[in-house]
Design a protein around this ligand. Structure first.
Ligand code: C2E
Ligand code: MG
Ligand code: MG
Length: 651
């Protein structure tokens, strides 16, 4: 088939491409080398674009000036079109690397691409002689018999790249997915423009892609900490992910400065920064260390590739020794600092980055508590607690996602009215693998990782739905007490969420009572907590102080917080029957609370004797197994119908 396109062969875009390419290479090479494999692809990509542009420019110049003829020019063009296809393959290979395609799949995809590349290479090599591909003839650009196949094969490489990006899109931030796809679409567009409008613009398109990738993905500033010039945590993640995916063995020594905030306070932030730079530089220079990463503001991850954890321990000893001597900065002579170090061995201690970070954080916080300033080895530490916490965290997450949390109700008995007048909602979790997990175990874990927020919302919804569906307003139950964690109250405008949920289920505020436990962080409460409490009470929801008498009992607290009910902690109740002093304290506490006009609920009432004595000393509301344990909704509706007098006779 004879061609129809006449390229003008102006070299303006080629010159611009060469300038940008050289500039990018200069930026790239003058920066510290980034130890990530995808960076090698970036370099190859840039170099191929440069080579492709130079070959095209030389060919055109020689041909235009008559130094070479049509055949010579077609040889140049064969090289040009081969490298143009190679660039597509390099980009696709980079995508496989960057998107964490497994080694097995990567091998398969690469073989597929190399086959494509080989076929195009054969077409390119044959074209000057046989005119089967793209060639130049009689001052026109022509497409030979296999020109269509050539374009098709390049297209397949492009589609493979896009498919991998789409399938693996969850592996990287969405903004980067868009950039990778946009880059492919843009260069394809440039290819079409080149063919259609007779402008030699393809390489210019490639170098613009290169520039964009440099800016958003390969910019060393994204991976190097400005202050210490060490690789940052993002870089550490990609570096270690690469090593862990390939099951390569290595050791990490985590070096954490002890009480660094005091150094900042004592000497000022500038000197503090300078000292961190010095520690970073020192660590980089230690023999046997391969890479040093900044891990957190005053922690360093020291990676040693070819040593066992035993050798890592020896290295940690050398580092520890250095910390026995002062550090000098321009304006502070002889600052003594201490560091805690912890050694890890991969993949033995952790076989993926997520687990590794969990272990590093946990082991370091344990090391700081039990072996501050010393050397710890993760493999020798007891990490079972952390592992079981993680299992429980998973179970809670799963239950939240599947809406499988259950809420049980424990009735509260009014001695004066001789009825169950209220109940406490208590969450229950039954995991497939772990079985029943006590809220005393999983609530603190959910508080630590923030899951308590969605868990708490689900519980409140479930309680409101229960009140509405069972028409509790028509029963003796006036309100349900719901436990709210201090973490929930720390959310700005949490009260709005509470009001919205109540309104959604048409529950009156007087039908809900919120229980708050006294904890260290509640005493003196933050502005957000105080605002939430104020607005909740203004709305008409009453407040209980839970577990009174244990933990952070603070008289000032009950005097200044708008509590309606005080719930005496079950351990205080039990102790009062075992210990004379505790009995007296409880009696006077109840007297004081009555004088202050609080409703008093005793928790943990397990026997008739306890119930009678508590009623005698002025406690009029009882909660405990003597009456009923916390039970599921249906059972609860049966329990509250029973006349408590009868229960007493039964007991
Ligand atoms: P809490 O709020 O003080 O709840 C009372 C606990 O005492 C409940 O334990 C209840 O089952 C138990 N209890 C009541 N009467 C007796 C008795 O006579 N004998 C004995 N041995 N125990 C009795 P549970 O359900 O295991 O809950 C433990 C804690 O977990 C609760 O203490 C509360 O702090 C927390 N919790 C439970 N449900 C929730 C919830 O929905 N949200 C939040 N934030 N915390 C909850
Ligand atoms: Mg409670
Ligand atoms: Mg309690």
């Amino acid at each position: 088939m004879r061609g129809f396109i006449m390229l003008e062969w102006k070299l303006d875009y080629n010159i611009a491409t060469i300038i940008i390419s050289v500039m990018l290479l200069a930026w790239y090479l003058h920066q510290k080398k980034i130890p990530l494999s995808s960076y090698v692809f970036f370099l190859k990509f840039n170099l191929s674009v440069l080579a492709c542009t130079i070959i095209e420019s030389i060919g055109v110049t020689l041909f235009k000036s008559g130094i070479i003829g049509e055949f010579g020019f077609n040889v140049f063009m064969a090289f040009y079109s081969f490298i143009a296809c190679l660039i597509t393959v390099i980009y696709a290979c980079f995508v496989f690397e960057y998107m964490h395609v497994s080694d097995k799949n990567k091998k398969f995809l690469k073989i597929f691409l190399y086959i494509i590349l080989s076929i195009t290479m054969i077409i390119d090599a044959a074209t000057p002689f046989t005119k089967i591909g793209f060639y130049f003839y009689n001052n026109e650009y022509a497409i030979g018999k296999f020109g269509g196949l050539y374009a098709l094969l390049s297209g397949v490489a492009v589609v493979t790249g896009i498919a991998v990006i789409i399938v693996k899109r969850k592996q990287i931030p969405a903004s980067r997915v868009y950039i990778l796809i946009a880059s492919i679409v843009f260069s394809t567009l440039m290819f079409v423009v080149q063919l259609k409008f007779t402008i030699s613009i393809l390489c210019f398109g490639y170098i613009i892609v290169c520039l964009t990738l440099y800016n958003y993905i390969f910019n060393p500033a994204l991976y190097i900490d400005n202050l210490t010039q060490l690789y940052n945590k993002d870089c550490m993640r990609e570096y270690l992910e690469y090593r862990l995916e390939r099951n390569k063995q290595f050791s990490i020594i985590l070096v954490a400065m002890d009480d660094f905030k005091y150094i900042n306070k004592t000497y000022g932030v500038d000197i503090g920064d300078n000292l961190l730079v010095q520690v970073g530089n020192y660590l980089r220079g230690v023999d046997g260390v391969d890479e040093v990463f900044g891990y957190g503001s005053d922690q360093f991850g020291v990676v040693c590739n070819k040593i066992s954890v035993e050798d890592a321990k020896l290295l940690a000893g050398i580092i520890e020794e250095r910390f026995k001597h002062p550090w000098y900065s321009e304006s502070a002579a002889g600052v003594m600092m201490s560091s805690s170090t912890c050694c890890f061995e991969c993949p033995k201690d952790a076989d993926n980055y997520g687990n590794l970070v969990e272990i590093m954080d946990y082991a370091m916080s344990m090391a700081k508590k039990t072996n501050k300033g010393g050397i710890s080895v993760a493999g020798e530490m007891d990490l079972t607690k952390m592992r079981s916490e993680k299992e429980i965290e998973k179970a809670v997450k799963l239950a939240i996602d599947r809406d499988e949390l259950m809420v049980y109700y424990q009735p509260i008995f009014s001695v004066e009215k001789n009825i169950y007048n209220s109940a406490e909602a208590l969450v229950r979790l039954n995991d497939e693998k772990l079985g029943w997990i006590s809220p005393e175990v999983f609530i603190p874990i959910a508080e630590k990782n923030g899951l308590i927020i969605s868990l708490g919302d689900q519980i409140l919804r479930s309680v409101c739905k229960f009140i509405r569906d069972n028409k509790l307003s028509e029963s003796s139950i006036e309100y349900i007490e719901v436990n709210i964690s201090p973490v929930q109250l720390q959310q700005p405008e949490y009260y709005k969420k509470v009001i919205d949920i109540l309104e959604e289920y048409e529950v009156k505020p007087s039908q809900i009572n919120i229980e708050i436990t006294e904890t260290a962080n509640m005493v003196g409460g933050s502005d957000i907590v105080n605002e939430n409490i104020k607005k909740i009470v203004e709305y008409g929801i009453t407040l209980s102080l839970d577990d009174y008498g244990s933990g952070y009992s603070n008289l000032d607290y009950i005097n200044h917080m708008p509590f309606h009910i005080i719930k005496i902690d079950k351990y205080i109740v039990w102790d009062a029957f075992e210990n004379i002093k505790a009995g007296i304290t409880l009696e006077y506490t109840i007297r004081m609370l009555n004088a202050l006009n609080y409703m008093i609920v005793a928790e943990g009432v397990e026997t008739r004797e306890q119930k009678e004595h508590l009623a005698e000393i002025g406690c009029h509301y009882m909660q405990g197994w003597y009456y009923s344990k916390a039970v599921a909704e249906d059972e609860f509706m049966q329990v509250i119908k029973k006349i408590p007098d009868r229960i007493e006779q039964m007991n």
